[in-house]
Ligand binder design. Structure first.
Ligand SMILES: [Zn+2]
Ligand SMILES: [Zn+2]
Length: 200
């Protein structure tokens, strides 16, 4: 499922025989990997919000350069390749991985090879990546939207699919509109919370 360009790519649903499972954030550590120039200071702000929201342990790793292998000829970065490289590099870390970047990232969508996205998260899975490149087009909301996209993508890694119960739930599918980001509240509806054992 995608939420890209104005739509946020979010979900790789690996529905191989519907082997779906949910994971409890409370027993998970989230490792945040900022890619330079996304600052450690901003990563720490994200870490605070993630820990506060999911009641999980959060560790911010030192900034590093983004993987040049993920760079396309257009100068943008493949979200899928980034996730693969991160999982390989951080294979010894037992937990989720959240990468933060200010470079433009993309996924392949239908016939479009480079569909710009806000983020991508495996569902369920280990890794997700969020870019504030497009969120900076809304300067007064960049910080708030970045956090909300982070919480959405992490929700996918915990096994949450897109939510159709409540249009203000963070796991609601943005279906490509910035207006959906404006609509979302920083909360999970009771259905989503129940699935991952998150108390209010
Ligand atoms: Zn999503
Ligand atoms: Zn929900």
């Amino acid at each position: 499922m995608l939420r890209c360009s104005f739509i946020l790519v979010s979900l790789i649903v690996l529905l191989n025989g519907c082997n779906y499972f949910y994971q409890k954030p409370a027993v998970t550590t989230v490792y945040i990997q900022p890619f330079f120039p996304f600052s450690r200071e901003r990563a720490l702000q994200v870490a605070y919000e993630v820990g506060n929201f999911y009641k999980c342990k959060v560790v911010v790793l030192p900034e590093r350069k983004i993987y040049s292998e993920a760079r396309s000829a257009s100068g943008r970065y493949s979200a899928h390749i980034l996730l693969g490289l991160l999982a390989k590099d951080l294979k010894d870390r037992n937990g989720k991985i959240l990468a933060l970047t200010s470079y433009d990232i993309f996924c392949k969508k239908n016939r479009v090879n480079e569909w710009g996205v806000f983020g991508l998260g495996e569902c369920p899975g280990r890794s997700c990546v969020v870019s504030d490149f497009r969120l900076k087009w809304f300067p007064d909301k960049t910080r708030e939207f970045t956090i909300n996209v982070v919480l959405h993508e992490l929700g996918h890694t915990f096994g949450l699919p897109h939510c159709s119960y409540n249009i203000t739930c963070l796991m609601n599918d943005a279906k490509g509109g910035i207006k959906e980001l404006y609509r979302e509240k920083r909360m999970l509806c009771s259905h989503c919370r129940d699935k991952i054992g998150l108390k209010i």
